[in-house]
Design a binder for this molecule. Structure first.
Ligand code: PEP
Length: 234
């Protein structure tokens, strides 16, 4: 079983989501398929797809205009939430501390946080990839988590760029993340690879050691592209 998680970002409509649900309904897969959609599209049901959000508040309720809490997400039937996506870290100045808070709120409401980590191109060029992702994992994961978190390794420079790291680079990053999680007492935490995954490269990517699935952006928007990814991830 692999995780195949789609991230629609700020795209799509409820109609498009219903089309995806209809087209995926008959497919046979052992994979865990998740779609993280904009807040406004949550509340749908599917036999194949579990739903998630792309962000969550650090607060449970109160005067936080525009925010949505973990308990509100859970009430829609959502089971997952992406936290610390690089676009949130970049455009909303989310630090590891904020990401950790968000993940903690998600866990309290029974949601599985998908915690994203990944280096920038400058950090990669400076040879800092492994140090950066190790620190991000250590600082973004809440204390006393026993299970029910997922880590997504998403090299920022490869997101939406149509390029991926080499298989060796992915293997090294995932090994280091697995070792870091083990040191934190979190052996067995699923580690997903994300950034420019498509139907052509997914088979090779999920065959890499310590890759438990994929986080898919652009290629998760259309059934014609997402279904082959679901079917090829083994
Ligand atoms: C993402 O933004 O989480 C992502 C993986 O994007 P893409 O697949 O488009 O690179």
């Amino acid at each position: 079983m692999k995780f195949v998680v789609g991230n629609w970002k700020m795209n799509g409509t409820r109609e498009k989501l219903r089309e995806m649900i209809n087209k995926t309904n008959g497919i046979k897969t052992e994979n865990k398929v998740v779609l993280c959609v904009p807040f406004t599209m949550l509340g749908e049901k599917s036999d194949i797809i579990a739903f998630g959000a792309q962000d969550v508040s650090t607060h449970d309720h109160g005067a936080y205009t525009g925010d949505v809490s973990a308990s509100m997400l859970a009430a829609t039937g959502a089971k997952y939430v992406i936290v610390g996506h690089s676009e949130r870290r970049m455009y909303h100045n989310e630090t590891n501390d904020i990401v950790r808070e968000k993940a903690a709120r998600a866990l309290e409401s029974g949601l599985t946080p998908i915690i994203c980590v990944g280096e920038t191109m400058d950090e990669k060029r400076a040879g800092k990839t492994l140090d950066v992702i190790t620190a991000m994992v250590r600082e973004s994961v809440p204390a006393d988590v026993h299970d029910k978190i997922i880590i997504a390794y998403e090299p920022r420079w490869a997101i939406g760029a149509g390029i991926t790291p080499t298989a060796e680079e992915i293997a090294t990053a995932h090994r280091v993340i697995a070792e870091t999680l083990s040191y934190m007492g979190l052996d067995g935490t699923p580690i997903l690879y994300g950034a420019s995954v498509n139907a052509t490269n997914v088979t090779d990517i999920v065959a890499i050691k310590n890759v438990d699935g994929v986080l898919v952006g652009c290629a998760s928007l259309k059934p014609d592209e997402f279904i082959p990814i679901i079917e090829s991830a083994r």
